[in-house]
Design a protein around this ligand. Structure first.
Ligand code: EZ4
Ligand code: CO
Length: 402
């Protein structure tokens, strides 16, 4: 069997997505997500201009060999653009392999290690009361685990608080919007928020919180310590993680479980974090960390050190990535949790899928391959629209991590 053709589909059914499609001489095809929020066209060009010519004529069953060929063969290694492109190829090849053998991809990954995949949803509100109402609605929808984000009094707009109801989409068409930030106001507010959440909903629901890279290690240590009475499932991205050893400081001070990794691209970004047991959950995503093949290597390293997986699953990762993540999650032994921000109806129509949600857990379905498709005719009705993530500034105007 040979890859004979391929193309990249860029569409915007409510938000931008980049999808790779590889077609074989037997007529089967596979798809992979290549979406890099705010930098979409760079990955589309990397694939179209530099990768597709290398794939024509290759045997699609040589998944690991193709990964190594694209990674080592480029000479230039790592980085989000390269790794999203490799991730898309890898995902499409697993899809083809599953379809060729007539089995869902999780069967190729060792079969199911569990019956279904625990997911967490996103409750957010402009203030505490608004946020509590959102948490209640997620509980009613059956979610057992809920990420809680709230507007901070005195700050206009903050990470995780959406414009719509029960929905969060940070990217904006046009040029990047700017937000304002105060670490002081935030640190005073968050423990109060979780005190209210626990007193209203009791000890049972699992609650998570995303700091979104905005603290220093010692500030994160203070927050983790202050949140200990409320038993968070995890505290996410407490600090920007370029400095892996920075997590030692947080770890010395708090037992609040730590999660990180949605912006990581390779195992090298988390090697020290995992081997020194500085984190509890690794959040690398299929699309941004080199596909299913590379994610399995990260999970195997993590398994040795009692670190579990908690894949990124925001709306800017397409349903193709979501499907691939669910096959990975179902099969890998040291699975922890999967993020699930529901996509818009427009997006779900463009990407018909087999995966299902029931009582706070998901299943990838049993269709051969990934069980997800792209309706190219419908996708063509939604052309690309330039959009960016916000930029963040402190109250005095200094640029801060968003
Ligand atoms: O801000 O995916 O945990 N989820 C997140 C996301 C990220 C977006 C960036 O594109 O932090 O909402
Ligand atoms: Co996050």
């Amino acid at each position: 069997m040979k890859i004979v053709d391929g193309h990249v589909i860029v569409c915007c059914p409510g938000r931008n997505f980049v999808t790779l499609k590889l077609i074989t001489d037997e007529g089967t095809y596979g798809i992979g997500d290549a979406t890099l929020n705010g930098r979409e066209l760079a990955v589309a060009s990397y694939l179209e201009d530099h990768v597709l010519p290398l794939l024509i004529g290759r045997n699609p069953g040589r998944i690991e060999d193709t990964w190594q060929y694209l990674y080592k063969g480029a000479y230039w290694r790592r980085g989000p653009v390269t790794m999203a492109a490799i991730g898309a190829v890898d995902t499409a090849l697993w899809d083809i392999q599953g379809k060729t053998l007539g089995v869902p991809v999780y069967h190729l990954l060792g079969g199911p290690s569990r019956d279904s995949v625990l997911v967490y949803g996103h409750a957010n509100g402009t203030d505490v009361d608004d946020t509590l109402r959102a948490v209640e609605r997620y509980c009613e929808l059956g979610y057992q685990a809920i990420r809680v984000q709230s507007g901070v009094p005195g700050l206009e707009g903050t990470y995780g608080v959406g414009r719509g109801d029960m929905y969060y989409e940070p990217a904006e068409p046009g040029l990047p919007p700017e937000q304002r930030w105060s670490t002081e106001l935030y640190l005073d507010f968050v423990p109060e928020l979780f005190a209210r959440v626990r007193s209203e909903f009791g000890p049972e629901p699992m609650f998570l919180h995303d700091v979104h890279h905005r603290l220093t290690p010692i500030e994160a240590a203070r927050l983790g310590k202050a949140l200990e009475p409320y038993h968070l499932f995890w505290l996410e991205d407490a600090v920007p993680a370029e400095l892996q050893e920075g997590f030692r400081i947080i770890r010395q001070h708090t037992t609040t479980p730590l999660a990180v990794g949605e912006v990581f691209n390779t195992i090298h970004d988390c090697q020290q974090l995992i081997q020194e047991q500085l984190i509890d959950y690794i959040r690398t995503a299929v699309v941004h960390a080199g596909g299913i093949s590379h994610l399995r290597k990260i999970a195997s390293l993590a398994e040795l050190y009692h670190v579990r997986t908690g894949c990124h699953g925001a709306t800017d990762l397409s349903p193709v990535c979501m499907a691939a993540a669910l096959h990975f999650d179902l099969s890998v032994h040291n699975f922890g949790i999967q993020e699930y921000m529901r996509h818009s109806e427009e997006t779900d129509r463009v990407f018909p899928h087999e995966y299902t949600f029931e009582r706070g857990a998901m299943h990838p379905g049993d269709a051969p391959g990934l069980g997800v498709d792209i309706d190219e005719e419908l996708a063509a009705e939604y052309p690309y629209q330039r959009a960016y993530l916000p930029v963040n500034r402190k109250l005095d105007g200094t640029v801060h991590s968003w």
